[in-house]
Design a protein around this ligand. Structure first.
Ligand code: ZN
Ligand code: ZN
Length: 361
């Protein structure tokens, strides 16, 4: 499968081009990103506010009383309840979220397709046979990972906690909006920091071919590839960074907050892999956040852009310089075309589909 960026860079070993952005450029970029979203920003803000206001209310009034009733009825130890409920949630929520994205891809509605990150056709449009092979592999790996690796991970967590899960479970100390929001922010910062370094390490030339390469078999991003990982990768890049924040917070975290964080993490990752740059994405409200375009560049080029939530570690270590050099090149080409073409130029999306003219070397 040819990538739109393939003639720019195509090996994990290639060094990023030196391209320094000044402090002011970084802030101008950030401002432009927000401006481009227009009214989408309002929708994103509404979704975010609704999530953090509704989740504590629904949880306290409807979900947690039922959870405690079930707990009373079953009389299981807390670790067993934690293990079983976490597994049931993981095995239902992720397939459900994948199904929603499947519907979006399946119907190819112009309303969604206009936000496609690149002009490259979807992989199933380009080569149906290859796509079916990849999908079959993805399904097999999914079942192995989520029915064997994930239960082992949860059980290890239970064992490590001395069969006393480090969560609050009661209704009296049910978390408020402020607590859920602040703890999700902490989890996000910790996840991003650990994910960045683990991901960077996974691109080491001696490790990459044996582990992380599997995730990069998807060169055009599609939501389901967010959980297409080698089992070691799933543990190191998926489960570990997601859980480290909780290890720090311990029993200051309610079990319900963990679900709020888990939903947030999974949906952000799916959004980042979706191949769509939806202006209403609540995750793009996060200051200095990555984006679907940002992570798509990582998959297409196999170079830089290692972060999950934020871009600042990439900026500090210069691992997003090739991406920004490419973005600047596109902007300059767009401006040139607009000057040359009477009556206007072409969209960025059209241009990214024609990389021969956008080569960085
Ligand atoms: Zn990678
Ligand atoms: Zn990825």
């Amino acid at each position: 499968m040819k990538s739109q960026y393939q003639n720019i860079v195509n090996t994990p070993r290639q060094q990023p081009q030196k391209y320094q952005r000044s402090f002011s450029q970084i802030f101008v970029n950030e401002e432009n990103t927000f401006q481009q979203k227009g009214l989408g920003l309002l929708v994103a803000a509404t979704i975010s506010a609704t999530y953090f206001l509704a989740m504590p209310y629904i949880g306290k009034e409807y979900i947690w009383p039922r959870f405690l009733e079930l707990d009373d009825y079953l009389q299981w130890p807390k670790w067993k309840m934690y293990f079983v409920i976490s597994m049931i949630f993981t095995l239902t929520f992720i397939p459900f979220a994948n199904f929603v994205y499947y519907l979006i891809y399946h119907f190819e509605l112009p309303f969604f397709e206009q936000y496609k990150v690149t002009a490259t056709p979807w992989p199933w449009q380009e080569n149906k046979e290859e796509w079916n092979k990849l999908l079959t592999k993805a399904f097999k790996l999914y079942f192995f990972n989520y029915y064997i690796v994930v239960p082992i991970g949860y059980f290890y967590d239970v064992y490590d906690s001395g069969f006393d899960p480090k969560f609050r479970f009661d209704l009296e100390s049910f978390p408020t909006t402020t607590e859920i929001f602040s703890q999700v922010c902490i989890m996000m910062l910790v996840e991003d920091f650990s994910f960045y370094f683990i991901h960077w390490f996974m691109h080491n030339r001696y490790i990459y071919p044996y582990v992380h390469k599997r995730h990069h078999e998807f060169r055009v991003n599609v939501a389901c590839c967010f959980n297409y990982f080698h089992p070691i990768d799933l543990f190191l890049e998926g489960m570990l960074p997601t859980a480290i924040g909780h290890a720090i917070l311990g029993k200051r975290m309610h079990y319900y907050t963990y679900f709020c964080w888990y939903i947030f993490r999974v949906l952000e990752s799916m959004d980042g892999h979706s191949g769509y740059e939806f202006p209403w994405s609540p995750f793009r409200l996060i200051p200095f956040s990555g984006s679907s375009t940002y992570h798509d560049f990582h998959h297409s080029n196999n170079i830089g852009n290692f972060c999950s939530f934020f871009t600042f570690w990439d900026t500090v270590f210069g691992t997003n310089s090739t991406f920004y050099a490419y973005q600047d090149r596109l902007k300059k080409e767009k401006a040139l075309q607009e000057n040359k073409t009477p009556g206007g130029g072409h969209s960025i999306q059209q241009q990214t589909g024609d990389v021969k003219s956008s080569k960085i070397d």
